[in-house]
Design a protein around this ligand. Structure first.
Ligand SMILES: C[S@@+](CC[C@H](N)C(=O)[O-])C[C@H]1O[C@@H](n2cnc3c(N)ncnc32)[C@H](O)[C@@H]1O
Length: 200
């Protein structure tokens, strides 16, 4: 779970986002942060599966980075955060440092499409970038059995193509959860246990 300091910082970022929405600022001047309940959820989920190798695609100003770094701290793991906007990433870096979480995060500036070609396997991935890239980036990921990919904005943006795409893969099981703007939680299956029954 998040600690109180992280929760407070997330609340501050979220309130700023809501103020920007109210002012109807142009999209480029608005922060499109993850909703606080989603941040709480991904922190618990990543820490709960003991994810040591965590990736986020679309770190922006760092709300989700706080959640993932808090998870990494709990399991002695590490987060790689991809973001293409330098000012957004600079802000995230500052926030993460102020929360004493810098040790757990590596910030990578640039297009995730090229960066993904150079990285290895991850236990937990958050996809929160431009919606037209979700399928392409998902297909570039490598996760072990038990690894989890969470994609945001599934309900708010009707990402039915992405949902159908991940669910067509036989090696995963996947569900949309009505948390925040809708999270698709996709888990790479563990080898089946012949002794296990799914019946109650
Ligand atoms: C919805 S925001 C992410 C919000 C962030 N997860 C948070 O909780 O604050 C999407 C971000 O993805 C970044 N982005 C979009 N496409 C990208 C790409 N191909 N590579 C890296 N970053 C990308 C955008 O610059 C933007 O900051």
């Amino acid at each position: 779970m998040l600690g109180e300091r992280e929760r407070k910082e997330i609340a501050r970022l979220w309130e700023r986002k809501l103020r920007q929405d109210e002012l109807n600022l142009p999209q480029a001047e608005r922060h499109r942060n993850l909703e606080p309940p989603s941040a709480e959820f991904i922190c618990s989920l990543a820490a709960g599966i003991g994810a040591k190798r965590i990736l986020e695609i679309g770190g922006s100003s760092g709300l989700s980075t706080i959640a993932l770094a808090a998870a990494a701290r709990q399991v002695s793991g590490r987060v790689i955060s991809f973001e293409k906007e330098p000012t957004r990433q600079a802000e995230a870096r500052q926030t993460i440092t102020s929360l004493d979480l810098a040790h757990f995060v590596e910030f990578v500036l640039g297009d995730a499409g090229s960066a993904l070609e150079r990285v290895g396997e991850f236990d937990f991935v958050l996809i929160d970038c431009e919606k037209e890239d979700y399928i392409r980036f998902f297909d570039m990921l490598r996760l072990p059995a038990g690894g989890i990919v969470v994609a945001d904005n599934i309900i708010s943006h009707s990402l039915t193509d992405y949902v159908a795409h991940v669910r067509s893969r036989p090696e995963v099981e996947s569900q949309t959860l009505p948390v925040g703007k809708g999270l698709e939680v996709t888990r790479f299956k563990l080898p089946s246990n012949p002794g296990r029954s799914d019946r109650a």
